[in-house]
Structures are given as C-alpha cells and as structure tokens.
Design a protein around this ligand. Sequence first.
Ligand code: NAD
Ligand code: UDX
Length: 475
Amino acid sequence: GEWDLKILCMGAGYVGGPTMAVIAKQCPKIRVVVGDISQKQIDAWNTDDLPIYEPGLLEVVQECRHRNLFFSTDLDKEIDEADVIFISVNTPTKTKGIGAGAAANIKNCELCARHIAKIAKQSKIVVEKSTVPVRTAEAISRILRANEKGFEFQVLSNPEFLAEGTAIKDLMNPDRVLIGGPQTTEGLKAIETLVSVYANWVPLEQILTTNLWSSELSKLVANAFLAQRVSSINSISALCEATGADVNEISRAVGMDDRIGKRFLQPSVGFGGSCFQKDILNLVYLCETYGLQACADYWRQVIQMNDFQKKRFSEGIVASMFNTVTGKKIAILGYAFKKDTGDVRETPSMFVVRDLLQENAKIHVYDPQVTRGDMWLEMDYTCGVNHDNTPGLDEAVTTSTDAYSACDGAHAVCILTEWDEFKTLDYKKIYDSMAKPAFLFDGRLLLDHKELRKIGFEVHAIGKPDPIKFPGSTI
Ligand code: NAD
Ligand code: UDX
C-alpha cells in the first residue's frame, strides 16, 4: 500500500496523544491512528482545543493531522488495519478488592487485548506502552494466544518516559527508548520492527533492547528512583528549617557531586502527578507478592515521606497564622501538579486545600490551566471530598481567573505550583491588597524571599530557616 507501516494506539490520553503525534511527525510514511473509547476525547483531538495542555503539542498535531495522524473511535476498523498496536490506556491504583490501595489495575490493558484478539484476522505486534506490573506481557500474550486463529501475535514492552509539561521535548529527544520482547526469532524480528520506527529520529545507541520483564520493571524502577530523590531532599528540607541550614544550598552542594547529579533535587510541597505514587505502590505490591517485605517497606517509605511533607506544609500554615485560619481568605497560586500542564492528578495543592477546608478557611484558587471541573473530579476521586458529602463546598472554594483577584483581601498567599508567571507578579500590589500581617508560604522556592520581606510579607518557605528564629542566616 501507500504506507510503510500502520500503527494504532489504543488510548488517546496524556501518553498516547503526544507520543503518537511525535511518531507521526518524525515518520511521514507511517500511518498513525490514535483510538479511544471516549468519543468526547477523540472529538477534542480533532479540534484545536486539544483535551490536554502540553507546550508545542498543538503545533505537532496541526502539522500531521489528516496527513498521517488520525484520531478515531472506530477501533474495530483500526485494529483490523494496523500492523502494530500500542496499548496506552490508564492503569490506576486499585481502589477496592485484592491489593486495594497498592496494586495497579490492568483491566483496561486486558480489555484491549481481548478486543484485539476478537477483531484481528492476521498477525500483529502488540506493544505495551502503559506502565504495568512486571509480567503483564505474559497475561496479554496468553489472552491473545487463547484466541488465535492460525497466526501469532508478538507482544513487546515499550514503556514511556516522557514527563508532563515537557512531553514534546522529551519525545523528540529522549534520553533512551526502551524496547523489551521475547528472545525468540519472531520476537526479535518484532523488536527490530519497533526499533526501525524510533530509528527515524533516535540514535541507535539510545535504543535499548531487553527481555520483556526487564523492560516492564525498568519503568517502575525509574519512577521509584526519581520520586525517591524528591522525598530525600524533602526530608532534608524539614531538617533545614529546624537547624538553620538552607535546603537550596544543600541541593547545590550535594548535586555538584557527579555521582549524585543536579537534577530532581528541587524541594517542594511534595510530588504529585499520576505516576510517581501509583508506580511506587505498584512496585511495593510486587515486592510483597514475591515475599520481599523488606523491599516493599523500603519503597513505601518514599510515599510516606511525601505524605509527611504535604501535611507538614498545611500544618505550618495554620501554626504560623496564630493556630487558626477559620474564616480567613487564603489564596492558592497553582493547582496543577507541576508547571506547564493542566493535569491535577494527585496534585499536592489539592491536599493543602483539603486540609485548609477542614480548618474552615475560605479558599481562592488561581491556576492558568486547571478547570474548576477537573479540580472537583480529582478532589472527589482522590480525597473523597464532593458536593454531596461536603455541604458548602462551592462557597468555600472560589476559582479566580487571575492571581490578583485570588490574593485580594487574603490573609495568606500560598505558592503551590512553580508557574513562570508567578515569578513576575507585582507583589507590592498584592501586598497592599491583603489583610495584615500578610503571610506568604512558598511551597516551591520560586520567589525572592528577601525582596518579599522588604515589601512587608511574612514569608515561610520550605527548607528555608525562619529569619526570626535564625537571625544570622543570609536569606
Ligand atoms: P489517560 O487517562 O490520560 O489516558 C488513557 C486513555 O485510555 C483514556 O482516554 C481512556 O478513555 C482510554 N481507554 C481506556 N480504556 C480503553 C480501551 N479499552 N480502549 C481504548 N481506549 C481506552 O492516561 P495516561 O496518563 O495517558 O497514561 C496511560 C499509561 O501510560 C498509564 O499506564 C500510565 O501509567 C503511563 N504513563 C503515563 C505518563 C504520564 O505522564 N501521564 C508517563 C509515562 C507513562
Ligand atoms: C514522571 C517521570 O519524570 C516521567 O519520566 C514518567 O514518564 C512519568 O512520571 P511527571 O509526573 O509528568 O513525570 O513529572 P515530573 O517532572 O517527574 O514531576 C513529578 C512531581 O515531582 C511533580 O509534582 C514535581 O513538581 C515534583 N518534583 C520533581 C519535585 O518536587 N522536585 C523535583 O526536583 C522534581
């Protein structure tokens, strides 16, 4: 036919959409279809109001859409046509049943496998793009094999390492691409096919091939190591506040050791996002399943430290504000789990808001990308707080359309996402509009605290010693 290869991706979310858009951009002779069961999601991908915000994404989609990139809900037709099928569906932590609160739910992956098995009329390569427990490829293979009609499927693992907010950059220039597959003649051939796709733009030295289980497990390990660094520096931030050491100075001094490295040592109100906690819990559950309780406990501590950090932040706010925030307006600047995304899954901001609501504060949230609807959905899903069980919720939380109105009349401003635009706000103007004393809690170490104190703010920042308690420190 006219195409070198036909790819279908099942799942048009944060991973499926950007990943396939970049494959389409870099491989004009490959036909790429992104499919989903959600009509709403696919309709949005077919407009310029994409379902996710990601810098540079719209440009790539506009370049490729209707050329070699298509979005469709006609999964039957596209499964039939595709040579290679990526499974890029959500694999959230189970909320009930066996392994509730830890195990990853792979039911959507299994449904995709069953859908493929039902429709396919010839041999296909099926690629796990979703993050899954190690040995999920075996389950997928068995489902496919049990339904075979005289031909074989090859199952590969190709985990995704993109981070939100930098997805296009990460996909265009990945540190590595990881492809795991069966070490059989047919399996190695399938691996070669997928390597040849990425080789259109990724240097071969950066395309790693492994067995299936190493590939699946590497993804969980990579996220566990990254999150562990954040929890490690956050644990030190608490010690800094107690001793007069400055956590930024520590990050710098420690990170300049090449063996440790500079990145991912930024202290914060805690890590969020759909991956870190879910994937560590997935790893913890695997360790427990294989009887390795000590290993499970070791990794669980990374999450416990993160919970401690989020709690510590909201408790610090209440303690600083004379042990009561009842009826006080508190401005929350930033609700997304990091800058340059509208994603609020597991966002630390939500936990701070939840805690302050319990203290009967009046919350005003401003985030440049987050919608009020998404805020409530995630608050309900993750914290169990909703309009039915919490009367007055709508009045207690205002969403503002700009930072100044969120801060107007507030007793405190909390910086909870590191959006660039928060760096250049007119803090004098904000200070003048606030109740006094005007508190500012910097959960991202984003601002110039010396300047803010000059204006008159009482500043509290993670890992930064309080100048009243430690008058000698240079901050
Ligand atoms: P998402 O929730 O944004 O998207 C998943 C999509 O799959 C949804 O649109 C859903 O409608 C669709 N879907 C569910 N079941 C389906 C089915 N049977 N057939 C077709 N479509 C179906 O999820 P995401 O953030 O893109 O994550 C997908 C996977 O990638 C997860 O396993 C996640 O752990 C992993 N991952 C995510 C990131 C990230 O930054 N978000 C990074 C690396 C890996
Ligand atoms: C992560 C992994 O980085 C990525 O490789 C994987 O594919 C998906 O999970 P993501 O969750 O999108 O990506 O963002 P990331 O940049 O890792 O940040 C996660 C959380 O950690 C954010 O809340 C961020 O603010 C926080 N973080 C990160 C810190 O608090 N300090 C840091 O130094 C780095």
